[in-house]
Design a protein around this ligand. Sequence first.
Ligand SMILES: [Zn+2]
Length: 189
Amino acid sequence: MKSSSAVRAATWTARVILVVSASAQVAARAPQSAPSPLHVMAPDARVRGTTSRVVALVAEGTARSKTLRTLVDEIGGTDGLVYIAEGNCGHEVHACLLFSITKTPTNRVLRILIDPSRSDADLVAAVAHELQHAFEILSVSWIQTDAAMALLYRRIGHLDRRRYETDAAIKIGDAVRAEFRAGEAAARQ
Ligand SMILES: [Zn+2]
């Protein structure tokens, strides 16, 4: 990140259009080859869109962004199920991981809401940002309750407008946006 303090001070909306040095470097790389994204929405997929738009976005995002593919694969190695739905987070926030964890006998279930009115690149970046938060939770096996989630974020996060934020989520969102846009540009050629 160019300046994490400047990023922290920015609003979520400002962050998603911020181009920092890290994402610019990613964008400068050669376009990624595009492996089949179909595994993402396989019946046993751990990252699941709940509408056709979200499914298409995640498929396109993973085809164009190696960073997003890696993140989805990492979540695939956990006991988590992450549902991504279109919805309103309130407070002028365009995407959020709900601060609530549900347990099934074999899985920990998390939910992400995204505002579908945004551009594809911003939506994919927002999905990646929130999936990083999901992975922060799912990679720690003892986080089984909402209270444990809060404990984790008091430890790894910093407060940003009364919400917990992590530098890793900001960085991943920016990197995925840059990769997605590079893929869009390559597809137009
Ligand atoms: Zn965040």
